[in-house]
Design a protein around this ligand. Structure first.
Ligand code: SF4
Ligand code: SF4
Length: 134
């Protein structure tokens, strides 16, 4: 998930496979971003809150996940993680982001493939390919 959105580059044989700097942050708009207990503890420490306070403030039970990230409205995707800066399009808690965000997307980003394809097709390097994740 939005690894720093500032520094994520994956290179294969010299070619970039995705570049979070050029992306509006689709992965932070997933309706379910599941945290584990350690993730909540990390956020609590970051904001100098108790575990219970952080759990209540930042998470909600959703679709079987005990700690799912709370969300807010976003003008591009409809909804997005509460920690996402919707103007700068980046994570505001990079140092304290959950483990899922640290490991995402792994080797390749499907959304970035889609975005890059649409930008080429539309001949518009700024084009934003959208889905609505309200
Ligand atoms: S959707 Fe892909 S390219 Fe966009 S910020 Fe997330 S990992 Fe990076
Ligand atoms: S914590 Fe940061 S990287 Fe993770 S979903 Fe939220 S804004 Fe994105």
């Amino acid at each position: 998930m939005l690894t720093e959105r500032v520094s994520t580059f994956v290179w294969t044989l010299g070619s970039a496979m995705y570049n979070c700097k050029k992306c509006p942050g689709y992965c932070c708009s997933y309706p379910l971003i599941a945290l584990n207990k350690r993730d909540v503890e990390r956020l609590a420490k970051h904001f100098r809150l108790t575990f219970r306070q952080a759990k209540a403030k930042f998470t909600v039970e959703r679709w079987g996940a005990k700690y799912s990230m709370r969300r807010k409205k976003d003008h591009i995707f409809g909804g997005v993680c509460r920690f996402f800066d919707t103007e700068k399009r980046c994570c505001t808690v990079y140092e304290a982001r959950p483990s899922l965000c640290r490991s995402f997307p792994g080797g390749r980003c499907g959304y970035y493939d889609f975005l890059a394809f649409e930008r080429r097709a539309q001949e518009d390097p700024e084009f934003i390919a959208t889905t609505n994740n309200k």
